[in-house]
Design a protein around this ligand. Structure first.
Ligand SMILES: NC(=O)c1ccc[n+]([C@@H]2O[C@H](COP(=O)([O-])OP(=O)(O)OC[C@H]3O[C@@H](n4cnc5c(N)ncnc54)[C@H](OP(=O)(O)O)[C@@H]3O)[C@@H](O)[C@H]2O)c1
Length: 271
């Protein structure tokens, strides 16, 4: 029997991409799943399932997170796992970026994690469950054109690492996972310098890991209570190179992102 059977698994940002695939994977494992997003229409086909609870919430708003977790505990009686997955990205040079973009990224990716964790923790302490963050390689290694995104994922990881240490002997497990490039909607809605959606992806999404493959790796890491999961060889290389040879990592990361379609870095090359 699956280790998730009948567990209460809360997944933020379940309306698309990795979050939606996580919802499906957790349901397939027999879990009772609660998810939130700002648009739940994309989950309409699933909402009839008696083991799925959908709630409209914006994780950048503390009151929404509080109400979401309260609704989950009322519905399912507790929380075993919280997966802080909801997130947004950006692509623009810092020089050109409106500061509201950085603030929005911190509000969703970092504060959304803090709010949901704060309100779910009492229930997770009781169940000796798991708090997880869906981070990124950008949480280990700053990426050009993604200053706000990198900052939000570094902040998420620092928060979770400190929390893990505080809770070391309580039975609660705290972990984060770092997907590589995964096919999803994230690059279409990534913020441009003025906060508008980028509206196109610079990558060939068809060549990336699928959200379903990514969700399987995340759920495997969850049931094994891993500390961290870096999902791709490219991600592992970037993290290790950055530790061992940081100046070389700067150059390699620069080269990689300069080679992206319409790279913002080209502005500095052409000057
Ligand atoms: N795809 C990748 O290449 C990749 C790589 C590394 C890490 N990640 C991380 O994986 C996570 C999921 O991203 P994804 O790739 O699956 O992107 P996605 O397809 O754009 O899905 C993002 C999800 O987050 C939700 N969300 C965004 N802002 C929200 C808010 N303020 N309140 C509540 N929900 C919100 C979205 O729902 P609504 O818009 O309906 O609110 C959606 O369900 C993110 O944390 C991302 O940083 C992705």
């Amino acid at each position: 029997m699956s280790l998730l059977n009948n567990k209460v698994v809360v997944i933020t940002g379940g309306s698309s991409g990795i979050g939606k695939a996580l919802v499906m994977e957790a349901l397939a494992g027999g879990a009772r799943v609660a998810t939130c997003a700002r648009n739940l229409d994309k989950l309409q086909d699933l909402q009839a399932q008696d083991k799925l609870f959908c709630y409209k919430a914006d994780v950048s708003k503390e009151a929404d997170c509080k109400a979401f977790i309260a609704a989950v505990t009322e519905r399912w009686g507790g929380v075993d796992v919280l997966i802080n997955n909801a997130g947004i990205s950006m692509r623009a040079l810092f020089e050109d970026t409106d500061l509201s973009v950085i603030r929005e990224l911190m509000d969703v990716n970092f504060w959304g994690t803090v709010y949901c964790t704060k309100y779910a923790l009492p229930a997770i302490m009781k169940s000796k469950g798991v708090v997880m963050g869906v981070s990124s390689v950008a949480g280990y290694r700053g990426l050009p054109g993604r200053t706000g995104y990198s900052a939000s994922k570094f902040a998420m990881q620092g928060f979770l690492e400190a929390l893990r240490t505080e809770l070391l002997y309580t039975g609660v497990h705290v972990m984060w996972v770092s997907p590589g490039f995964t096919a999803s909607n994230i690059r279409n809605v990534a913020r441009s310098s003025d906060g508008s959606a980028q509206a196109e992806t610079p990558l060939d999404e068809g060549k990336l890991m699928t959200a379903e493959q990514c969700a399987k790796i995340i759920i495997d890491g969850l049931v094994k209570r891993k500390r961290t999961v870096i999902m791709t060889g490219q991600g592992k290389l970037a993290v290790w190179l950055n530790k061992l040879l940081p100046s070389l990592a700067d150059k390699m990361v620069y080269k990689h992102f300069l080679g992206e379609h319409d790279s913002p870095l080209k502005k500095y090359i052409n000057q």
